[in-house]
Design a protein around this ligand. Structure first.
Ligand SMILES: [Zn+2]
Length: 380
């Protein structure tokens, strides 16, 4: 069931009553609403019983009537009004908002408020605007978007009533008015009279239609994850120029495939480690690969480079050598290359037994496997 919005009132003569309700329908109502079986007076009255205020959108109609179009709904609304205006009453003077309900009688959020009326008991009348739904979670999710406009409608009614009341006070004091009327409650005034707004029910229809028809979007703050790559490749580029090709290549290969690269100069090590994501574990055991600078850079390694290097390493070396790429351009370029292979490794880490098709889809070649053997466990 879609949401139903309704206005309730606590009549001094007739108790809590539903004054009007707005429903979303697929088509215009074909028959007049059900008749009222309860006694009513001017203050309980809203639109005429045989009248329906209808607003149409492309797909739906929004229908406001004195009583709901379905008889069983009338019963639910009446119960909701009784609870919102008496049992579940919110004690604050400004009124209050509350939720109540169950799966049988529907779930309701209700805002109760009072309007000034110099002729009423306690000089005010109590009203409530409520929304009924079958789905509790859906209804409560609407709370942040539905309650502020309902409160605004209520405060607009209150402002209008205060204005009317203020004008009355200037003409005649409350006490004098009381004495002129005899006991309170004898002249129950309608909402148009209280607010000085003859078309107040049409206004309510428009407000309720808007509330039922508007789509809701909730803005949520998003914390953008930080890229786990810190790469300022200027120094690495210098090292590439300083070192012989094969020395630089072995150093890169060792870092990218998780071998234990050692060097007395920590800044040199840090420059190479920029090529792997920041949270990767750097191996401290295993046969060490020593990078030494005497007159020239040398590397001590017992291994042999494969014929074909991992794609990432080839791309990095090419980029470093490419003089068309300034250091500023190189930084995002290398970051995106590293990030690409990080994502490939992550995809592999989610798959227990990757088959040939997956490797192909991810663009993995045989020469990438030494790199991925190190990267994939680091992604878990
Ligand atoms: Zn009444």
């Amino acid at each position: 069931m879609d949401a139903v919005l309704f206005l309730g009132h606590f009549c001094e003569s007739h108790g809590p009553c539903v004054m009007l309700c707005t429903q979303k329908c697929k088509e215009e109502p074909q028959q007049s609403p059900h008749s009222l079986t309860v006694p009513w007076c001017e203050s309980c009255q809203s639109v005429d019983l045989d009248l329906a205020l209808v607003s149409k959108s492309d797909k739906f109609c929004y229908v406001t009537t004195r009583t709901p179009l379905q008889q069983d709904l009338a019963f639910l609304l009446k119960q909701a009004i009784v609870r919102s205006l008496s049992c579940e009453e919110e004690p604050s003077k400004e009124g209050g908002t509350l939720y109540f309900g169950d799966n049988e009688r529907g779930h309701i959020i209700s805002h109760t408020f009072s309007l000034q009326d110099s002729l009423a008991r306690g000089f005010h009348r109590k009203y409530s605007i409520s929304m009924l739904m079958k789905d509790k979670i859906h209804l409560l999710n609407l709370w942040p978007s539905i309650i502020p406009p309902i409160k605004e409608i209520a405060s607009e009614l209150q402002e209008k009533a205060a204005k009317v009341n203020g004008a009355e006070q200037i003409q005649c004091s409350q006490r004098a008015a009381r004495q002129a009327q005899g006991s309170p409650g004898h002249q129950a005034r309608s909402l148009p009279q209280l607010t000085g707004e003859p078309a107040i029910f049409a206004h309510l229809h428009m407000w309720f239609t808007w509330l039922l028809s508007c789509e809701r979007f909730v803005e949520k703050p998003v914390t953008i994850p930080k890229i786990p790559i810190q790469c300022s490749p200027g120094y690495l580029r210098n090292l590439q120029k300083e070192m012989a090709d094969d020395v630089f290549r072995v150093a890169c290969y060792c870092v990218l495939t998780g071998m234990c690269l050692q060097c007395d100069d920590e800044t040199v090590l840090a420059a190479f480690r920029q090529l792997i994501p920041t949270y990767f574990k750097v191996p401290t055991t295993g046969p060490p690969v020593k990078l030494i600078k005497r007159d020239i850079w040398k590397i001590e390694w017992t291994g042999v480079l494969p014929n074909k290097l991992p794609t990432l390493q080839t791309d990095v070396e090419e980029a470093l050598k490419n003089e068309n790429l300034t250091n500023e351009m190189l930084e995002p370029h290398l970051s995106s290359l590293i990030l690409h292979w990080l994502n490939v490794a992550k995809s592999l880490s989610w798959t227990p037994n990757p088959d040939h098709n997956l490797l192909q889809a991810l663009g993995i070649n045989k020469h990438d496997l030494p790199l991925l053997t190190y990267w994939t466990p680091n992604c878990k």
